[in-house]
Write a new protein. Structure first.
Lengths: 40, 388
């Protein structure tokens, strides 16, 4: 049971990193188009 | 028609993250480019260029590290202060005998690097950042592949603390020992600080990214370098346009387009810490991906297969990553529209739902990590564990 929980948490972390990276790609495009630094 | 769009978008995403690495693995196996020849022990004179803005706190340790790193050849160290308003120039005073200091008005990293290269005395340029540290053999390993006349630039490997197995193991051992005489809940909270949500995600992603670089290097050239540690022949340097976000992609890609190889040497190592939280990592990632969009404007020829010798790799890796989010949106929208048509589409929609639910759970875990971290900051003595 603990192992299953660990696997779900790990999968959640990877999924979060993946989704966040894709959101950042959209944000990066907006930054270049709008000439704004969104990363400060 | 909708079904076709669904399958095309799905195939695109799968190709970028799974198909392309698999293709590279096969490619590297069937048609590997011979590894860059090792140097003949003679170390070429190098100019190490470090652009810094308001890095007074980190520079002394950084310079001590650069001076300590083993290297038999001549080394010139150039620190470009990019309009620093702290006491960066003051902390550099004790190093004046061994470090060349160039002070320029604040104009961004690209202009600072241009100024640094202008001050370089040697034919091999090494680029470094203020925050990281080099391993003892980093300079030897970084310059060795340049003995191969086809290699124009070499990228080292950035090792993040969150992927450092030894450190993690040491942390775990320490925490386990503490568990013997500390209350269990407090230890569990502290453990949470070490294996932070975002740290683990970044660690995995960075390992995947480096595996790709290794494969790309083995099949020809990597598509960029690690900004914190890369070297190149000075003759290949071209002035960076002001406002360039990713010098470490633009510079190596210019080398590749000029017909040179850019290789990855994972024995040349720099160490850095991972972003502390999701917000910091998001800023870093946004900057990187904005830089990749910007490069398409600065060097549009990268998209032309007859101009870019690594076109397939570039489109599959760099451009693919930029387009994936739009494909994911397409997938979700179209999948919702066709979900009722067959079990396959219903299952695909369910899988997408699971992915986004997991991501939401991951975001919640990260927020929890941050809460715990904040609580420990408020409690005196708690942080000695987190930085052990």
């Amino acid at each position: 049971m603990r192992k299953a929980g660990w696997i779900v948490q790990r999968a959640a972390r990877v999924a979060y990193a993946f989704v966040m990276m894709n959101l950042c790609a959209v944000q990066g495009l907006l930054a270049v188009v709008l000439r704004r630094k969104v990363w400060r | 028609m909708l079904e076709l769009v669904f399958w095309a978008a799905a195939a695109f995403v799968v190709y970028v993250y799974v198909g392309y690495p698999a293709l590279l693995m096969v490619w590297a196996k069937l048609r590997p480019l011979p590894p860059a020849r090792r140097g003949d022990a003679s170390a070429p004179p190098i100019s190490i260029i470090l652009a810094a803005r308001n890095e007074a706190a980190t520079l002394p340790a950084r310079l001590d590290n650069l001076l300590r790193v083993r290297y038999d050849g001549l080394r010139q160290i150039i620190v470009v202060s990019d309009g620093s308003t702290d006491n960066t120039l003051d902390v550099l005073k004790p190093y004046r005998a061994v470090v060349d200091v160039v002070a320029v008005p604040a104009g961004g990293k690209a202009l600072a690097l241009n100024a640094g290269v202008a001050a370089a005395a040697h034919d091999v340029l090494v680029f470094a950042d203020a925050r990281q540290t080099f391993d003892t053999d980093a300079l030897v390993e970084l310059t060795a592949p340049l003995a191969d006349p086809s290699v124009g630039a070499v990228s080292g490997e950035l090792v993040l603390d969150c992927e450092h197995a030894e450190r993690r193991a040491a942390s775990r051992r320490r925490i386990t020992a503490m568990a013997l005489n500390a209350d269990r809940r407090a230890v569990a909270d502290r453990r949470q600080l070490h294996v932070s949500t975002i740290g683990e995600g970044i660690g995995l992603y960075w390992k995947y990214e480096k595996a790709l670089r290794r494969l790309e290097s083995a099949t020809g050239s990597t598509l960029g370098a690690t900004g914190a540690i890369y070297a190149m022949r000075r003759e290949l340097w071209r002035q960076l346009p002001p406002g360039t976000i990713l010098d470490d992609v633009l510079v190596p890609m210019r080398c590749v387009m000029a017909g040179w190889r850019v290789v990855f040497n994972d024995r040349a190592r720099a160490c850095d810490r991972a972003a502390e939280d999701a917000a910091a990592e998001a800023r870093r990632k946004s900057r990187t991906l904005a830089g990749n969009w910007q490069i398409l404007g600065l060097e549009p020829a990268l998209l032309l297969p007859w101009r870019n010798p690594v076109w397939l790799q570039y489109v599959s890796h760099k451009v693919g990553r930029l387009l994936v989010p739009f494909m994911l949106i397409t997938l979700l929208v179209v999948n919702t529209m066709v979900a009722g048509r067959s079990l396959v589409y219903a299952a695909a929609l369910a899988a997408q739902g699971v992915l986004y639910l997991l991501a939401a759970y991951g975001a919640w875990l990260d927020a929890k990590d941050q809460r715990v971290k904040r609580q420990h900051r408020k409690r005196p003595g708690a942080l000695e564990l987190t930085h052990a």
